[in-house]
Design a protein around this ligand. Structure first.
Ligand code: PEP
Length: 255
């Protein structure tokens, strides 16, 4: 089944609004008209409003890096789904390993966010992945299975259409160590089989499963050439227009 490739830039806590707008303009100028790859940029919250203005009329979509599951209330420092929607945000990264590791996010909390995102017409990008210790202990598939099953608990087949899962081995994020194409493909195929069980064949075949972890133009073609790798969630290489656009080019060229 044909699935259009997707490249998502996760800028993390980088770029002031002024710097962010320079980068967004560069990206929009280079790939803003491309419709053969789904491109999503996820700047910090502070740059979303400005980014949304620059991206108006382009094919580049806007994503947030996180979101609170409640719609409003006494949650100091947090941002809700309606706040994101008002800025024309369409995607939201949920359960990134940095949120799990540094902010104590559990599968149950990530699941609440996934459900809220879907109810509010935001497409969740659910991040899963094992640590190095878990991989060395042979627990990769078990860890990923738990994160996928718990993260998607209560998601109905009829609403799961735009679901995106990002497989990000923790040991590959920001380390320069990239999973081999075979290692990544094995886990991606496993995730797709889980999606078949949870959400049915049709949703699973349409779902995009992205790879994340030190993906760069130099290693992208081999990863993106695997049958179940439908794109990339890109950290470091998304902070510079050239490398990010080269990755989009690689995704467009991948079969
Ligand atoms: C990420 O944090 O989602 C990521 C994949 O980072 P990097 O590309 O820098 O490894």
């Amino acid at each position: 089944m044909y699935r259009q490739k997707m490249i998502v830039g996760n800028w993390k806590m980088n770029k002031t609004t002024a710097d962010a707008l320079v980068l967004i303009r560069d990206i929009a100028a280079t790939v803003g008209k491309r419709t053969d790859v789904d491109v999503v940029v996820c700047p910090p919250f502070t740059a979303l409003e400005g980014a949304s203005r620059v991206l108006e009329g382009t094919a580049v979509k806007l994503g947030a890096q996180n979101m609170h599951p409640e719609l409003n209330g006494a949650f100091t420092g947090e941002v809700s789904a309606p706040m994101l929607r008002e800025l024309f945000v369409t995607h939201v990264i949920l359960g990134h390993s940095e949120r799990r590791a540094y902010f104590g996010e559990t599968d149950a909390f990530v699941n609440q966010k996934v459900l809220t995102a879907i109810k509010n017409q935001l497409r969740p990008i659910l991040c899963v992945g094992e640590t190095l210790a878990e991989r060395e202990a042979g627990a990769t598939l078990r860890v990923v299975q738990t994160q996928v099953e718990r993260g998607l608990e209560g998601v109905g087949r009829e609403t799961a259409g735009g679901i995106v899962v990002a497989y990000e081995p923790v040991w590959a994020i920001g380390t320069g160590k990239v999973a081999t194409a075979a290692q990544a493909q094995e886990v991606h195929a496993f995730i797709r089989s889980l999606l078949v069980k949870l959400l049915g064949e049709a949703v699973a075949q349409r779902a995009r499963i992205l790879y994340g972890g030190s993906m760069k133009p130099a290693n992208a073609a081999e990863l993106l050439g695997q049958g179940d790798i439908d794109g990339g969630l890109i950290g470091g290489a998304s902070l510079e227009a050239r490398s990010f656009c080269d990755l989009i080019q690689a995704a467009g060229a991948a079969k």
